[in-house]
Design a protein around this ligand. Sequence first.
Ligand code: SF4
Ligand code: SF4
Length: 430
Amino acid sequence: MQTHFSPAQRDNPVIRAADAILRKCVHCGFCTATCPTYVLRGDEADSPRGRIYLIKQMYEQGGAPSAATVTHLDRCLGCLSCMTTCPSGVDYHHLIEAARFRIEAEGAGRPLAEQGLRWLLGRLTTHRAGLRWALRLAALFKPLMRLAPSRLRPLLAMAPKKLPDPSSALKPQIFPATGPRRARVALLTGCVQAVMDRAILDATIRLLTRHGVEVVVARGAECCGALPHHLGQEALAKTKAAAAIDGWWGETSEGGGVGLDAVVVNISGCGTVVKDYGHLFAAEGGQRAARAAIIAGLAKDICEFLLGLGLKPSGIEPGLRVAYHSPCSLQHAQRQGQPPRDLLRQAGFEVLEIPEGHLCCGSAGVYNLLQADLAQRLKDRKLAHIAALNPELIASGNLGCMHQLASGTALPVVHSVQLLDWATGGPKPY
Ligand code: SF4
Ligand code: SF4
């Protein structure tokens, strides 16, 4: 794609980086066929190629982006299905990331109510106590949901009737390996998952320690910053990421700790951001950038890590039919779609492939709260494909996907680690 930046614009490192990405796009349009929003809307401006053009215009023209540009970029799920398809290696990931940061910093192109909701989501989703309080309040008002402003209804709808008690595993501590220690890892405990579904954290710790892994819950490493990152809230995302990096750094041998073989993440949306910390902090240089790159290099999805370690199944009901929903963050961003399938099969489950598996379920961070209509259509489409497979349960590797699917089906929806924990001696998860 031809770009027309002035020398002064090219002095800006953000524009220089965007320019290098933009120039790789050859307009072929292969990506449009696998873009969920283009599949639903059939509008070029809601396709990857269209959005790339809008981002180019936004940078070339300078100033605040137009409301139309913001609308089309906000409709992007950030699923990165386009990157899996693109034959030219266009780095849409970092292009949309920088565009989101720019839009948020300009503060233009969105109605005030939308801006307020995004601000609130960024704060609530990164603060466990605040989120717990907000979900309790939302549960109280849930019966009156029809009277609430339409923008708030998806938020009220996600509030569970009762929240689980906080897991004691959230406190900084070390879980020793069972038997000889084969590895030592830090585990991201997270914020939304820690509040809404402690069973995943508990299953992960049981599974790892049972396989000879010492698990460290590091002080300060609670929130990775993924959701504010998704919202384009650069400063907040970096503050949270920096705290997580500092927490884990103290456990590495370079940081004076015992040392880590990996930083394990069981929320694939978060794992994608942690694996990219090196890029997020690259421009800052110095110690911060160096530590971020080291932590990013240690980051592994839980299934990616376990596959390398080898699974010790102890026998479960053979052949249970599991529809495996591969989160976009795992299959497109991390390119780790295979390890969960391999592990589930090794554990004795029959893994069913969902047609159109490359298409997002509509969860996408907080997308289902901000773009409720498109998210609902993607969910319905996904669940129709799943129903046709006649599975006994659904498994996935990202809390957001699990809640999105569970809100439209009576089938049990569990995390892959819960099934692997069960298959290797843990409790049945549903
Ligand atoms: S990230 Fe997903 S929604 Fe956004 S342009 Fe790419 S394929 Fe489409
Ligand atoms: S597939 Fe790649 S090169 Fe082709 S239009 Fe899409 S982003 Fe551009």
